[in-house]
Design a protein around this ligand. Structure first.
Ligand code: 5AD
Ligand code: SF4
Length: 450
């Protein structure tokens, strides 16, 4: 039996697809070699953070209808954030009648049993003794953490291993759907996280990325005084040659202790993704972000004082309902001053059921204009900062063969900068010293020194 998983959205989803794969492989299935190979099971792991993510997923679920018609034995499952949206399970039930299984973000481990039930019911239908079985489960089970600890994972991102540390989000930023589709914060026990990191390092993974919607609030729901700072210090003590990144950090919860732990560690990269969203205090307040632009500037100062080479990336949103021209100018000003190594820029997209979706909206043309200006500014900053790397030698973990340049490898510096350099595919997974010879906007180019 073969399976195909189609993943949308963030790293959390990429990792949850590895868990879905783990479940399917525990049933003896193997992954399709490519998109053309016939699958027995197709899983859509969906995202709903913005309207376009949702439309893309729904569009592709629509497309498999034809495949299902040709191949009635095919089993189709829809998982991930989209399934947890209010009313979405019903929409799928009615509009996509060929979907067999809908499982929410905390029900991944039920996939094998639901597949078995669908198949058993189909076998009975063939004998005309039963009706079709469809599974819809988007509940938040009490025993989720226990089920998750025992679940298999089929990693697909070597030499990077994703490791969850906290699930869910308690913040309710007014634009964001995540707290509604991923439930309340739930930290994994520290010993479980440390064990998983140790195992991945022993298996040869050179880079560990700790994952959570807000990693900085790790441990507040545990009882032994756990915190993100303590977790970083524990992970840093694990023996072996590896590096650690984490995402995502929330500026309101980033403590001096975490900054100190990063600076004092061997393994934690000088790299942070710290979404700012807006440079205007008024908009930040309306977004319920619970920090000011001054607090953000002070965090940037502290990070750079502690780690002068740190790479700082961010998320910025334009077109939030209350964003005036002046507020947008504040965002441009912040982006100009901070000098992010990279910024992920988004046009605000109203999400049903969130407070901001009920406010009067800004015309799309204005949003487009603003994002255009923002991207132009950040591109020029990225290019300038890239030029600072030219002539230097940096340790890069070879992550993959370059998708665009034949005979080349790509990977990142400790600060998170993408680097491309000539090398054999057999060196993927090695730490390589790279001398940077050229900076293009998206990547540094260089040669291996060893
Ligand atoms: N519209 C646009 N962007 C959003 N993000 C979250 N919700 C929305 C939305 N409704 C962005 C934020 C967040 C990133 C993961 O996605 O910038 O940091
Ligand atoms: Fe969404 Fe805010 Fe939670 Fe991030 S911290 S997932 S933006 S609600």
């Amino acid at each position: 039996m073969r399976y195909r998983i189609v993943t949308y959205g963030c790293q959390m989803n990429v990792h949850e697809s590895e868990k879905l794969a783990g479940e399917l492989e525990s049933m003896g299935m193997t992954a399709c070699k490519d998109e053309t190979e016939r699958a027995d099971v197709i899983v859509f792991n969906t995202c709903c953070i913005r309207d376009n993510a949702e439309r893309r997923a729904l569009g592709n679920i629509g497309v498999v209808k034809a495949e299902k018609k040709r191949d009635p034995d095919l089993i189709i499952a829809v998982c991930g954030c989209m399934t947890q949206q209010e009313g979405m399970a019903e929409v799928i039930k009615e509009r996509y009648p060929y979907v067999d299984i809908v499982l929410g973000t905390r029900n991944i481990f039920k996939l094998p049993e639901e597949i078995e039930k669908v198949r058993a019911a189909r076998a009975r239908i063939k004998k005309r003794s039963d009706k079709r079985y469809r599974a819809f489960d988007t509940a938040y089970p009490e025993d989720y953490l226990a089920a998750d600890e025992n679940a298999p994972v089929a990693r697909t991102s070597y030499p990077n291993a994703w490791v969850n540390i906290i699930y869910g989000c308690n913040n309710f930023c007014t634009y964001c759907i995540v707290p509604y589709v991923r439930g309340r914060e739930l930290s994994r026990p520290m010993s479980a996280v440390v064990d998983e990191v140790r195992r991945a390092v022993d298996e040869g993974y050179g880079e560990i990325t700790l994952l959570g919607q807000n990693v900085n609030s790790y441990g507040h729901d545990l009882t032994g005084g756990e915190s993100f700072e303590k977790l970083l210090r524990e992970v840093d003590r694990i023996e072996g040659k590896f590096r650690v990144r984490f995402m995502t950090s929330h500026p309101k919860d980033l403590t001096d202790g975490v900054i100190a732990a990063m600076a004092e560690s061997d393994k934690i990269c000088s790299n942070i993704h710290l979404p700012v969203q807006s440079g205007s205090d008024k908009v930040l307040k309306d977004m319920n972000r619970r920090y000011t632009r001054d607090r953000y500037f002070s965090l940037i100062r502290k990070l750079r004082e502690a780690m002068p080479d740190i790479g700082i990336t961010t998320d910025v949103m334009v077109g939030f309902p209350t964003e005036s021209e002046e507020d947008f100018a504040d965002t441009m000003d912040l982006v100009r001053r901070v000098r992010f190594s990279n910024a992920f820029t988004f046009i605000y997209s109203p999400r049903k059921g969130t407070p901001a979706a009920a406010m009067p909206q800004i015309p799309y043309a204005v949003k487009r204009e603003r994002i255009g200006e923002l991207i132009k500014l950040q591109n020029s900053v990225t290019k300038e900062l890239s030029e600072d790397y030219v002539g230097g030698v940096f340790e890069v973990l070879a992550e993959d063969v370059s998708p665009k340049h034949e005979g080349m490898l790509c990977g990142r510096t400790e600060s998170g900068r993408l680097a491309t350099f000539p090398g054999e595919a057999s060196r993927v997974g090695e730490f390589i010293k790279v001398r940077v010879t050229e900076a293009r906007s998206a990547s540094l180019f260089g040669v291996a020194e060893d």
